[in-house]
Write a protein that binds this ligand. Sequence first.
Ligand code: PAF
Length: 281
Amino acid sequence: MQIFNHIAEIKNYLRKEQKNGKIIGFVPTMGYLHEGHLSLIRRAANENDMAIVSIFVNPTQFGPAEDFERYPRDLQRDVNLAQQAGANVIFTPDVAEMYPQGYKTYVEVQEITNTLCGASRPGHFRGVTTIVTKLFSIVRPDRAYFGQKDAQQAIVIQQMTKDLDMDVEIMVCPIVREKDGLAMSSRNVYLNPQEREQAVVLSESLALAKKLIIQGERDAFKIKAAIVDKITQKPLAKIDYVSIVDAQTLKDIHHITNRVLIALAVKFGSTRLIDNIIVEV
Ligand code: PAF
């Protein structure tokens, strides 16, 4: 497995591979890899000639009061895990490599970035779309793999690649969960034992919402109320948002008739967790 820190070097390496006809699968990450990331890497390795993984904690997608500095990092562990999962190349640049002095260009997707996580994290998606665009132009992947856990991110990136005519297929892969249902996230390590125990309420409340819909409930307000009620039974949980939106447009839904995304963000102390489910009626 090859590891690159510099843009010029990985470009040079990959352009040769691509000239030889190699099909490239790409998994962009911020490191501290967990089973969710590894499932993306395995899939990228299975479906392409080469699997490229980037590990870069992207400062432009963190707000000033967010956890950029303390975001968990362990490069050696990530390198080992990525290699075992089938990665052929790791790209791990530093901040100055990606945003050198004088950097001035940002990529912004409108409207669908203003709701859900975009409403509580202003500027977050601008940082994501900017770094993903840069990574795509460095790697030039045929396919790029993202997790459904970041449902809004996947939709925003699909919109961006469509709008900007980028020649990459976006593959959205299922959420990987702990045994008790908690969606895997690098941020789960921040949770203390009590918070970790109560955090299972995210997936439990989504399961409850799905059950209500299966039983025939179509009123989004009632379903949201049931979710809020379940979450607020956990004393350490503080709701950021609970939303029921159209799974494509991310517009609020009042009466459920179609394919809906039920998404939530809940804080435990300073740790903000997200989870979601898509339900079709
Ligand atoms: O999902 C993530 O880990 C990040 O938002 C991404 C896509 C790697 C961009 O920094």
